[in-house]
Ligand binder design. Structure first.
Ligand code: NAI
Length: 274
């Protein structure tokens, strides 16, 4: 019997052509910085061109390789262009990280505008589908590849005032499993991370609030995080490190896995530590 291909076992992405969507800020920027430091060849995508180019400059300044491509992940033509640019520039594609996401309005379902619902689903669910759809032919051509989806604990449980966001992330969780089923036999692994509270500007919502409301929103997040076992919000790097593990050969026997990186919040009720 022939030995199974268990990959190199390497826990880094050296030389791997890696697309990161939503790379301008927050978790995406952390993924780019850490992957760039490991030697990944990065293609960074975002609707925020100013900050996205800043992330690419940052990676290059630290000795890494990065190309920024403006892209709205909800638009099929822009996503197809993103994949074409990656392959034109680096000659191949190895890893796709679907990280771009938006929060939508903090209202219950009966107050949510239909347009707001559609936009959240378009970015958070249609986006990962489109990126997978147009990346997969390139991964299949190599006979190997990895997709990592950034979902959310809000895709595993119901959370207040986030109907579209919870539905979109729940969709990403099961899209992850579905893609794992169809492509595992063809060398492509698909996994997801579900972050809990992470200290980022999530969708620019905090930045767009007046200062007093911004401070109140931040205080609410910190109070919620304090009730959970690790008692704090995550730093974006703590999510990025889990993404890099799933993207690397260190996770060679993982596919269809939904990995919580949430300070223990989904392990318990909101009772906090002992
Ligand atoms: P962020 O707002 O800092 O980053 C999101 C990035 O996605 C931004 O750079 C934004 O410009 C980009 N983006 C938005 N719409 C886009 C589109 N249509 N096409 C391309 N790029 C687009 O927020 P953060 O926290 O870094 O979020 C990253 C991912 O992590 C998201 O998928 C979010 O849902 C998820 N997440 C965040 C949590 C948190 O507490 N911050 C918790 C759980 C999941």
């Amino acid at each position: 019997m022939s030995e199974p291909d268990t990959g190199s076992g390497h826990s880094n992405l050296r030389g791997r052509v890696t697309i990161v969507t939503g790379a301008a800020t927050g978790i995406g920027r952390s993924i780019a910085r850490l992957a760039g430091a490991e030697g990944a060849r990065l293609v960074l995508a975002d609707v925020n061109t100013g900050e996205g180019e800043g992330t690419a400059r940052d990676v290059i300044a630290r000795g890494g390789e990065a190309l920024f491509v403006p892209c709205d992940v909800s638009d099929p033509e822009q996503v197809r262009h993103l994949m074409d640019e990656a392959v034109r520039h680096f000659g191949r594609l190895d890893v796709l990280v679907n990280n771009a996401g938006i929060a939508g309005s903090a209202v219950p379902a009966h107050d949510l505008d239909v347009e707001d619902w559609d936009r959240v689903i378009a970015v958070n669910l249609r986006g990962p589908f489109l990126c997978a759809k147009y990346a997969l032919p390139h991964l299949l051509a190599n006979g190997a590849g990895v997709i990592v989806n950034v979902a959310s604990t809000y895709g595993l449980i119901g959370a207040p005032l986030a109907p579209a966001y919870c539905a979109s992330k729940g969709g990403v969780v099961n899209l992850t499993r579905q893609l794992a089923v169809d492509y595992g036999g063809r060398g492509v692994r698909v996994n997801a991370v579900c972050p809990g509270y992470v200290d980022t500007d999530m969708g620019g919502r905090r930045a767009s609030l007046p200062p007093a409301q911004r401070e109140a929103a931040q205080a609410r997040r910190e109070a919620n995080a304090a009730l959970q076992p690790l008692g704090r919000q995550a730093h974006a790097d703590e999510i990025a490190r889990a993404v890099l593990f799933l993207a690397s050969d260190a996770s060679s026997f993982m596919t269809g896995s939904i990995v919580t990186v949430d300070g223990g919040c989904t392990a318990t009720f909101n009772h906090g530590a002992g």
